[in-house]
Ligand binder design. Structure first.
Ligand code: KG4
Ligand code: ZN
Length: 340
């Protein structure tokens, strides 16, 4: 029998609901909150209020697009954490109430873990191969940067992570310095396409498979400060080349450690996940490295890289098969506490 899972995601500034039939996406609705743009970053209190306004219409639309009613649902999966507490509470309370009223299983999902699980989603009438276990996943988002050894759907070992800023955060902070609107990552990506990486910044020397981006951030800040002293229009004139240089510095740092980890673990199945994996520069460099290193590379479609509820639903699907159900008294967690 087919399983229909409703996924609910509300960890940050996107309210999303998705319906999947087993591993296939029937709908994946995302209401991105515009309210934060004028502040240049996410304002938690505004995020929770927007989630409250969005959640019912978003879930209704997801069911409508999937052409099912809530009575057809087998289970509800929701993001328990990590994320902003007020935002998580909206999705958590909604998911609990709906699962309780429908008398169907409630499944809790870790947001970071589910980014990796996006690699197992299918789209109707599209064939996509999925990673084979064990594989390494470079999970790069606004809040996290990790290399994960994925042993099966439920067992992930973090073998490297950032000791300070995340890759997405670095994109966003650099974009802010350049005066690009929030969220900055996609803007840097767009300008970088038209530029050349002619500027170099300081590189971090961190042992093992860990990352550090705070030195790069400072190096960009000082570079811009010095250049602006010489020419107040420096950014305006060279924004494409600066964007390309920033992007290259971040990608270089990510790939260096990923290549090292793949060699050390002798793994050729490599995945990438999280919002930063939408970056076109990262995607093309990964393809190039995959050829050189003989990797089988797996990348989610761009719409499944950033926050969405389909990735929550697929993790819910795998947990459903294990009868791994959540509790009605579970409280959200704001930091990554566990690996599943
Ligand atoms: O995974 P995600 O949607 O949310 C978190 O869980 O954090 O990731 C959001 C991050 C933001 O920092 C955003 O700037 C970055 O992903 N991002 C990008 C691109 N699209 C989103 N960074 C670089 N290039 C992109 N095209
Ligand atoms: Zn995310």
């Amino acid at each position: 029998m087919d399983d229909y899972i409703l996924g609910i995601e509300s960890s940050c500034d996107d309210t999303s609901a998705a319906v999947i039939k087993n591993t296939e996406i029937l709908s994946n609705v995302i209401a991105s909150q515009k309210v934060h743009a004028e502040y240049g970053g996410v304002i938690p209190e505004l995020a929770s209020r927007a989630h409250q306004q969005n959640i019912i219409p978003v879930v209704d639309t997801a069911l409508k697009y999937a052409k099912i009613t809530k009575k057809d649902l087998t289970a509800i999966a929701y993001t328990r954490g990590p994320g902003l507490l007020g935002s998580l509470l909206v999705g958590t309370s909604f998911a609990k109430a709906l699962a309780y009223s429908l008398e169907i299983p409630l499944i809790e999902v870790d947001h970071i873990h589910s980014h990796t699980m996006a690699l197992f989603l299918d789209k109707p009438n599209e064939f996509k191969s999925h990673p084979k276990f064990p594989f390494l996943c470079l999970t790069v988002s606004g809040g996290h940067t990790q290399i994960v050894l994925v042993k099966d759907y439920f067992t992930m070992e973090i073998i490297g992570k950032t000791i300070d800023d995340a890759a997405g955060e670095t994109f966003d902070k650099a974009a802010k310095m350049l005066g690009f609107p929030y969220p900055g990552g996609p803007n840097i990506d767009n300008y970088a396409r038209e530029g050349q990486p002619v500027y170099t910044f300081s590189k971090a020397h961190i042992p093992d498979f860990n990352f550090s981006f705070s030195g790069l951030k400072t190096s960009i800040l000082y570079f811009l400060r010095d250049e602006l002293k010489k020419d107040s229009k420096f950014i305006e004139k060279h924004k494409q080349d600066i964007a390309a240089s920033v992007q290259k510095a971040i990608i270089d740092a990510l790939l260096k450690k990923l290549i090292l980890a793949a060699k050390r673990y002798e793994i050729h199945e490599i995945g990438v996940a999280g919002g930063v994996s939408a970056n076109s520069g990262l995607r093309s460099r990964l393809k190039q490295v995959a050829e050189e290193e003989k990797w089988n590379l797996y990348m989610p479609d761009k719409d499944l890289t950033t926050d969405n509820a389909a990735m929550i639903a697929i993790m819910g699907y795998f947990k459903l098969q294990q009868h791994d159900f959540g509790q009605l008294d579970a409280v959200p967690y704001t930091r990554q506490e566990k690996s599943n």
